[in-house]
Design a binder for this molecule. Sequence first.
Ligand code: HMG
Ligand code: MG
Length: 309
Amino acid sequence: MTAVRIHEVGPRDGLQNESQVVSLDDKLALVERLADAGLRSIECTSFVSPEWIPQLADSDALAARLPAREGVEYRGLVPNLKGYERFRASGRVHRAAVFISVSETHNKKNVNRSVAEHFDRLVPVIDRARDDGVPMRAYVSTAFGCPDEGRVAPEAVVKLTRDLVAAGVSDVSLGDTIGVGVPGQVHELAAAIGELIPLERIALHFHDTYGRGIVNVQAGYEAGVREFDASLGGLGGCPYAPGAAGNVATEDVVDLFERAGIDTGIDLHALVETTAWLERDVLGRPLTSRVYRAEMGRRERHRQKAEAG
Ligand code: HMG
Ligand code: MG
């Protein structure tokens, strides 16, 4: 057991926001590289409508080809029973996650339903997972703010989380979908949700839109949370939350913890190599992780110095 658990969401949250289609082979290579770098929990895809998220339209094919890796857990998002059936049919994805927003406007844009309607559709999905012995995570989106409605009341986050826990989810990830959260909010929500379920069953999911992803991870750690979602290179965003930037970068989270002597079990060097590959050979555009950029700069200076003799 590592001191903190980093749940990699790059292949799902990261790629869902990319307009340029990434090939199935590249997606599989990404998952392999992440596993090689030491990630033990990887969100590989979503079993959502291909009309809504065309980038992940290959989720059944991807799931069928996921390499069996000792100790590596694959996860996939499911928006409804149809998605859950696809997840089950894959046979290779170990855990599923439902998602629901606290704010009505974002939920409607994301899943075409009011919060109450969507919740009612999730209950049988959560029931099925329990019957099948599948741990079901719930993402509580817009927990720190909504792109359309602005402030989200912490009481509303607590109420929705309480309902999800009562419905039988195994763990909850509090999503800062548009990256507006501040450390005080992280402390407040972690304490309030920690009254409902043990802190070991809470994860934090920060987007880095306003550059506060990493301070919010630190705040979450200080508040006692030990699981953090992150995305290689800082990829990511929700296509139904305009302006949302990428997730907090996995490299930045790993570097933060490792330099503080907190074991992540992840090889930063291998992560940096993977981001370089993704940037150069797959996406062809610069990725934003600060630690990645600093490390590439350091390597370049080193190379120039060596060349200069
Ligand atoms: P809808 O159009 O209302 O669906 O979309 P519907 O139930 O009316 O069905 C319409 C058609 O879609 C039917 O096909 C269904 O079979 C099909 P037809 O009969 O017309 O041929 N369909 C599906 N096909 C494949 N897989 C499915 C599925 N469901 C229905 N699972 C729906 C409703 C929920 C499906 C749609 O809105 C959807 O897929 N939304 C997903 C949006 C999404 O993936 N957003 C990003 C993930 S959430 C996120 O990023 C936030 C997070 O990172 C945390 C954070 O940052 O806060 C998790
Ligand atoms: Mg997200």
